[in-house]
Design a binder for this molecule. Structure first.
Ligand SMILES: CC(C)(COP(=O)(O)OP(=O)(O)OC[C@H]1O[C@@H](n2cnc3c(N)ncnc32)[C@H](O)[C@@H]1OP(=O)(O)O)[C@@H](O)C(=O)NCCC(=O)NCCS
Length: 147
C-alpha cells in the first residue's frame, strides 16, 4: 500500500529528512521552517519525499527524492503530484524548480518547461498549464472518453 502524509513548516518530519539525507547527503535545514514537506510510504516504510515553499512570487518545489531501491514504481510521480496538488490548492499561478540535467524529463512529464540553459536546469510551470488529470481516455467504455 502507498500512503502520503504532509508536515507543516517547522514540523519534525524526521523520516522525510532521513530520505533527503540518504539521497542528497543533506538533511533538515533552515528552509524546513518555511516549507511543507511530504512523505510517501511504500508497504509501510518511508520511501519518498519532497518539499514546497513560497518565494518571490512563485511556489518552489525541491528535494524530491525516492530511495534508490524503490525507484521506477511511480513513487516519484506521486510525490511530484502531491506537491503540485498543494500548489494548486493555493491557486498557484507559477511553480518553479531547479533540476539536475538528467532528471528534466521526469518534470517535463507534468508540464515543467526549461528556462534558459543553466546547469542545474531551472524549470517552470504556469498555474493555467497545470493538469493533474491522469485520464488518457484509454478505455473504450469509459464515460470520460471524448471521441
Ligand atoms: C527523479 C526521481 C524522483 C524519480 O522517481 P521514480 O519513483 O524513480 O520515478 P517514477 O517511477 O515515478 O517515474 C515517473 C515517470 O518519470 C519517468 N522518469 C523517472 N526518472 C526519470 C528521469 N531521470 N528522466 C526522465 N524521465 C524519468 C519514468 O520513466 C516515468 O515515466 P512514464 O510516466 O512514462 O512511465 C528519482 O529517480 C530520484 O529520487 N532521483 C534522485 C534525486 C533527484 O535527482 N531528484 C530530482 C531533483 S529535486
Amino acid at each position: 500500500m502507498v500512503e502520503g502524509k504532509w508536515f507543516q513548516p517547522g514540523a519534525d518530519a524526521a523520516e522525510a529528512f532521513a530520505i533527503r539525507e540518504k539521497v542528497f547527503g543533506r538533511g533538515q535545514d533552515a528552509l524546513d521552517s518555511e516549507a511543507w514537506n511530504v512523505l510517501v510510504w511504500f508497504q509501510g516504510e518511508p520511501a519518498a519525499t519532497g518539499r514546497i515553499w513560497w518565494k518571490e512570487g512563485a511556489f518552489w518545489l525541491g528535494d524530491i527524492a525516492v530511495l534508490p531501491e524503490l525507484r521506477g514504481r511511480r513513487l516519484g510521480d506521486l510525490t511530484l503530484r502531491l506537491l503540485l496538488f498543494k500548489a494548486e490548492s493555493h491557486a498557484a499561478r507559477l511553480m518553479r524548480l531547479v533540476s539536475p540535467k538528467d532528471v528534466t524529463g521526469f518534470f517535463a512529464k507534468l508540464g515543467f518547461k526549461p528556462e534558459g540553459e543553466a546547469d542545474p536546469q531551472p524549470m517552470m510551470l504556469r498555474g493555467e498549464d497545470l493538469c493533474l488529470d491522469t485520464c488518457k481516455g484509454c478505455k473504450k467504455d469509459c464515460p470520460n472518453r471524448k471521441d
